[in-house]
Design a protein around this ligand. Structure first.
Ligand SMILES: Cc1cc2nc3c(=O)[nH]c(=O)nc-3n(C[C@H](O)[C@H](O)[C@H](O)COP(=O)(O)OP(=O)(O)OC[C@H]3O[C@@H](n4cnc5c(N)ncnc54)[C@H](O)[C@@H]3O)c2cc1C
Length: 460
């Protein structure tokens, strides 16, 4: 009988950070050095930056869901579920499996990469009436929803309903909200040609943000260029404005305007995964406080990274700077954290994470884009080439690259399609239903579950 027990490394989250970490561990760790388990609710890594293109139908959902089981070399054990609590003292992670059972998963080393959820505020009606843009299901739902509005408006004889269904509100002028508005506005603009009964003049997209500029991380000039492009396309951009309340058929802005609409898309920032709140550890602006080596102070064998962690940004001179929540940082942190897990296993020194931001690319659909690679400001086709080239090369598998390229080519040649699949028509469209942000345990519930017996399972 084999009585040798190997150290258990548990990675939570199969996003940019978690997958990079796992793949590096598989490559660099001998099979006898440790057992690696990945906790993830889905069997794919979602390429989030291309999500707005799924919402607009340029890409099919499958093309940005990169399989975790593409190669026979992948030897990590995948535990299908979501971590809903971690007991750092007992070194046990509580997982809610996809069959809704609570499982206690003991570990020696844990890498926390559960990413972020949509940040919401205490605005009346927001949680019940807004969609986010964080999951594949949300993007697919929004596409169906927008086409549904065109269909219903087309069929309606009530002028007020006709107009309300053709108004769309997006809150959040960061890259997610700006790209979402731009891509969906193109979709409705193209679609309306196929609806002869609809007046194109009634279609109105609103992009609002409380900040004075769009995408401040792009700098003033490019932010203004993006705003100009949107204005030229007829998008109403309102800055210094948020929403006061949201209803099923109207949204009230903080400047007093009441917009009759059935569509509110909320992309006003992200907050660390609620899993972080179950640890009882120190946080910085809601993200888990970690060292530059991505270890959690005071807790041996605990690492955290990506959107969920406040990783010090050593490339910036500014004291206390933390890395922004971007895929660019998460991927690189994933590699570095794997190296540090291996160093810990082998008793070697850990290395800090240092990466100088390469800039941002923003695809506004068609030939429109703004990018700032390595500090160089680009607009139009060159920016578009950089944006698409960057995303294409960052996709992990050749199959995903081929799917995305084929979709882009097909869209360039054949244009958009306006199919409403109806797959999710009967599903509630609330933010928490897509992001499962209410399925986490309290620290007390975690302790009770762990004390119930490590490795035991029970109904959640
Ligand atoms: C619309 C949009 C556009 C974007 N565009 C860009 C861009 O152009 N450039 C850029 O650099 N960044 C962009 N970002 C940001 C970027 O996608 C994130 O910063 C990045 O995904 C963070 O990586 P991560 O690994 O920390 O989290 P994620 O990639 O979000 O991965 C987290 C993973 O953990 C899983 N998970 C969540 N909770 C649990 C749990 N409790 N247990 C187990 N698993 C869990 C999730 O399912 C997911 O697979 C964009 C984001 C959005 C939403």
């Amino acid at each position: 009988m084999n009585t040798v027990t190997r150290p258990k490394v548990l990675v939570v989250g199969a996003g940019f950070a978690g997958v990079e970490c796992v793949r590096r561990l598989e490559r660099k760790l001998g099979p006898d050095e440790a057992d690696v388990t990945l906790v993830t609710p889905y069997s794919y890594q979602l390429y989030l930056p291309l999500l707005p293109q799924v919402a607009s139908g340029v890409l099919t959902p499958q093309s940005i869901a990169v399989s975790l089981r593409r190669s026979k070399k992948y030897r990590t054990r995948i535990l299908p579920g979501a971590a809903v609590g971690v007991d750092l003292k007992a070194k046990v992670c509580v997982v809610r499996t996809i069959t809704d059972k609570l499982v206690n998963e003991p570990y020696d080393y844990i890498v926390l990469a559960p990413g972020s959820v949509t940040r919401t505020f205490d605005i009346p009606g927001l949680l019940d009436h807004a969609f986010g843009m964080k999951t594949l299901a949300e993007a697919a739902y929004i596409r169906d929803h927008v086409i549904t509005q065109l269909d219903l408006s087309d069929a309606s004889d009530d002028p007020a309903e006709k107009a309300a269904r053709l108004q769309f509100v997006v809150v959040g002028g960061g890259y997610a909200g700006t790209e979402t508005t731009a891509c969906l506005q193109r979709l409705t603009h193209a679609a309306v040609q196929r609806y002869p009964r609809l007046d194109p003049g009634l279609i109105k997209w609103h992009l609002i943000d409380i900040a004075p500029r769009l995408m401040p991380e792009l700098g003033e000039k490019l932010g203004r260029s993006a705003q100009e492009i949107l204005r030229r396309r007829g998008v109403d951009v309102s800055l210094g404005v948020s929403i006061d309340k949201a209803g099923a058929q109207e949204v009230t802005f903080t400047d007093g305007r009441v917009v009759p609409t059935h569509t509110l898309i909320w992309t006003a920032g992200v907050a660390a995964s609620p899993l972080i709140g179950t640890l009882g550890a120190e946080t910085v602006r809601g993200r888990l406080a970690v060292t530059a080596e991505m270890t959690v102070p005071g807790h041996d064998g605990v690492f955290a990274l990506g959107d969920a962690a406040a990783v010090p940004d050593l490339a910036k001179d500014e004291k206390g700077a933390i890395c922004p929540p971007t895929a660019q940082h998460s991927m690189r942190q994933g590699k570095k954290v794997a190296d540090n897990v291996i160093a810990t296993l082998r008793g070697e020194p850990l290395m800090p994470y240092v990466h100088k931001d390469l800039g941002l690319v923003v695809d506004l659909g068609g030939r429109d884009a703004v990018s700032k690679p390595l500090g160089i400001e680009l607009r139009g086709l060159p920016a578009q080439a950089v944006a698409r080239g960057y995303h294409w090369s960052a996709l992990r598998t050749n199959v995903a690259k081929t799917r995305v390229m084929t979709n882009w080519l097909l869209n360039a040649v054949a244009g958009d399609d306006f199919v409403r699949t109806g797959f999710q028509a009967r599903r509630p469209a609330r933010l928490k239903d897509f992001e499962h942000s209410d399925s986490y345990l309290t620290p007390e519930q975690v302790r009770a579950q762990v004390e119930g017996g490590a490795g035991k399972t029970g109904k959640g």
